[in-house]
Structure formats: C-alpha cells, structure tokens
Design a protein around this ligand. Structure first.
Ligand SMILES: [Zn+2]
Length: 132
C-alpha cells in the first residue's frame, strides 16, 4: 500500500507516524515474522519502517513523538479496528479527504492542514483539562 495522501515524509523528524494497514489477517510482521493483521508504518529520519502492533510499541516506544504523530497513531488504530471516532478525529478525516479532492489548490490544502492542526491542539487541551 503506498503512503496515503496528504502524508509527506519529513526526513528531519526522528519519528513520523504514517498509517496503520489493515491486511484483513494472514499477514506477517515485517520485523519479526509473527502472524497478525494490522501493520504499522512509520518513518525515522525519512526511512520508512513497518511492524505489527507489538513490535511497533517496542521499536517506537522510546522515540520522541509530537502531538500530531500521537493523534494520528490513535486515529489510525481506531480506523483499522473500526472503533467509533470522536469529533476531532472525524474532522481530521474530513480534512484529509478534502485535501485529496483539492490537491492542486495550495490555498485549500493549507486551509485544511490548518484545520487538522487545530483539531490536534483542541483534543490535547481537552484531554489536559479532563486529566486535572
Ligand atoms: Zn514483529
């Protein structure tokens, strides 16, 4: 599966979450060969890597993940396992689709990327308030 739009690999990031691929089962972990279903894809300084959930946690657990990476990690996992999405996650999916459909228009793409950033920040602020 090619890297979905609007993800662009940023070679300057120590960690960048890309997506979770639901293989439907009968897949092997690219890291250790164990059988499973969901394959996580991420990039370390532009180098794309892939592994099943267990190896993903071990391999990336100590890497520095920014708020957007953490948000996408949770969202992709929910999508791959058909869990209900919250309002911010739905906004991000809508904006990703919007970007796909308006790819040639930089103004629209930037507007949508901004909406994605706002959703990530809002969810984080909400989680922070809830935690206190
Ligand atoms: Zn593995």
């Amino acid at each position: 599966m090619p890297i979905p739009k609007p993800i662009e690999i940023d070679a300057t990031k120590a960690f960048q979450f890309l997506y979770v691929d639901d293989t439907g089962g009968d897949a092997c972990c690219p890291h250790c060969g164990a059988e499973g279903r969901y394959i996580y894809h991420w990039a370390e300084f532009g180098q794309v890597r892939a592994a099943m959930a267990g190896c993903y946690s071990v391999l990336t657990g100590k890497l520095d993940k920014d708020d957007q990476d953490k948000f996408m990690e949770v969202l992709s996992k929910k999508q791959a396992t058909n869990k209900p999405l919250n309002g911010w996650q739905k906004t991000v999916i809508r904006m990703q689709e919007y970007i796909q459909n308006n790819n040639a228009d930089d103004g629209k793409v930037n507007w949508a990327l901004n909406k994605i950033r706002e959703a990530v920040v809002s969810q984080k602020q909400f989680a922070f308030k809830k935690g206190r």
